[in-house]
Design a protein around this ligand. Structure first.
Ligand code: NAD
Length: 503
């Protein structure tokens, strides 16, 4: 039996004991995960520095802070998320208990990516633990130092329920041969397709957190200095290796040179005149990706940056201008520090350009005009839409994070992670009395019975509204009762007074 098969079997066996189900157990594991992140933060920071040349503060800001927030939220809200969720009833079931019971799915496979090796691997794990599942964790081999530190997880978490399996493509393929109850994959669409094919063999549901080209439309009427500053931050953080980074800019020709100048200024402000020696500017993860990103620039006009160092996998923050939809850089997700600008005649052409391509993970729009923003929302589709800023929607746990169409399927963060990795079981608990009501569904099926069935089944009962109406009725009855008592006591008083005056 292979190492991968063994890990899955042990996780399944441990899940079947039922130990991952009690809420106290889940909370305990989540707190241990939190302890792992805080106690091992030095190891984590060093690993990320080696993998992606990220600074210690950068790692805390972009990797572990969000993770801590997700864990705290899950610990605080778990009882609420896991509780039965009452639903509307029809008249036929008015006296019954009808609710949705979230329950664990079983064993989840989490396949992480390398660009934020901690955030994208352990955030799904928070959801898996909170939902009461076992989880096999497969970190990306492209960020090997982080993957190695992740092997310490079993020192903190139940080692059978949450094994870490390291390895490359063949190990992932071996894992994908096994039967899981859910697969949560983060990475490219190419591998996403392979994951879905493998999952189909076992009818396993999947969440695919993919990428793609996220457009960024800049309205000429906006404050270009502020817009470009925010775009520069969102694009060049982690050396452009962010799935939700703006991939390319769309703007009118009249503002293109201002956009170039403002981005140039912001690059200088953030990373100095020499980003190569600046500690908060990262590196491309490996030579393969370095060569891929460099080749994407072929045939385009460099307006800012462009210099590189293959030995260090360094590519300067780069802006390309007068790019067209046919340019090489527009044929795939860039996933590097290269920002092309494509000019369009206005918002109409921008919307058309976006809609002619695959649905992106995020759509960015910068404009002071609320109507224009609403129009872009109404006339396009994307995993998320963010107006007048970059990346920060990722920090809101209440927003579902995920793609649509080519950018992925499924969603997570906060309660969405819990829901995504739970089975929403419909429960109806009837009593054995009131059998008379059921005669309408038993043969023979007459027109009269059908009439009754229509009445009972088509009337939805909004339990909340019913409760509010009952409260109102009680309040009205109570008020009437108080008024009556008041009137009565006044009458008694009057009788007493007249009686008294007679004496
Ligand atoms: P990657 O190369 O690290 O691959 C991810 C996983 O797939 C790894 O565990 C790897 O072992 C496995 N894998 C690779 N080839 C395989 C094969 N042939 N068969 C089976 N498994 C295989 O990650 P990547 O694909 O380079 O990641 C970059 C992509 O991820 C970008 O497109 C980016 O936009 C996307 N991404 C998306 C999100 C998100 O949240 N939506 C987050 C991060 C990255």
């Amino acid at each position: 039996m292979s190492r991968e098969e063994l890990a899955v079997q042990r996780a399944r066996k441990a899940f079947q004991t039922g130990k991952s189900k009690p809420l106290e157990y889940r909370v305990h594991q989540l707190k241990n995960l939190h302890r792992f992140i805080t106690e091992r933060h030095k190891d984590i920071a060093e690993a990320v520095k080696k993998d992606l040349y990220k600074s210690e503060h950068g790692t805390e800001l972009f990797e572990t802070l969000g993770l801590e927030g997700e864990i705290n939220l899950a610990v605080e809200r778990l009882a609420e998320w896991a509780a039965p969720r009452p639903v509307e009833k029809n008249l036929l079931t008015i006296l019954d208990e009808v609710y949705i019971q979230p329950e664990p799915l079983g064993v989840v496979l989490i396949i992480g990516a390398w660009n934020y090796p901690w955030a994208v691997t352990l955030q799904p794990l928070v959801g898996a633990i909170a939902a009461g599942n076992a989880a096999v964790i497969k970190p990306s081999e492209v960020s090997p130092h982080s993957a190695k530190v992740m092997e310490l997880l079993p020192l903190y978490l139940d080692k059978d329920l949450y094994p870490v399996v390291n390895g490359g493509v063949s190990e992932t393929q071996e894992l994908l041969m096994q039967r899981f109850d859910h697969i949560f994959y983060t990475g490219s669409g190419t591998v996403g397709r392979l994951v879905m094919e493998a999952a189909a063999r076992h009818l396993t549901p999947v969440t695919l957190e993919l990428g793609g080209k996220s457009p960024c439309y800049i309205d000429r009427n906006c404050d270009l200095a502020v817009a470009c500053r925010r775009i520069t931050w969102g694009k060049f953080v982690n050396c452009g290796q962010t799935c939700i980074a703006p991939d390319y800019i769309l703007c009118e020709p009249s503002v293109q040179s201002r956009v170039v100048e403002e981005i140039r200024n912001s690059i200088k402000e953030f990373y100095t005149d020499d980003p190569k020696t600046f500690e908060d500017y990262g590196r491309i993860v490996n030579k393969r990706h370095f060569k891929r990103v460099m080749s994407l620039m072929e045939g385009s006009l460099i307006a800012v940056g462009g210099d590189s160092d293959e030995f260090q996998c360094y590519i300067a923050p780069t802006v390309l201008k007068d790019v067209t939809g046919e340019s090489k850089v527009m044929q795939e997700e860039i996933f590097g520090p290269v920002l092309p600008i494509i000019t369009v005649s206005g918002v109409d052409e921008a919307i058309q350009f976006i809609n002619e391509r695959e649905k992106p993970l995020v759509l960015y729009v910068f404009s002071p005009d609320n109507k224009l923003i609403r129009r872009v929302i109404a006339e396009t589709s994307s995993g998320a839409l963010l107006a007048n800023d970059c990346l920060v929607h990722f920090t809101i746990s209440a927003l579902p994070f995920g793609g649509v169409g080519n950018s992925g399927m499924g969603r997570y963060h906060g309660q969405h992670s819990f829901d995504q990795l739970s089975h929403m079981r419909g429960c109806l608990i009837k009593k054995l009395n009131m059998e008379g009501v059921n005669t309408m569904r038993y043969p023979p099926h007459t027109a009269k019975k059908l009439g009754w069935a229509r009445f009972f089944l088509l009337k939805q009962v909004n339990v909340g509204r019913l409760r509010r109406m009952a409260m109102l009725a009680m309040f009205a009855a109570l008020t009437a009762f108080v008024v009556q008592v008041k009137e009565l006591s006044q009458e008694v008083l009057a009788v007493r007074q007249t009686g008294g005056s007679r004496q």
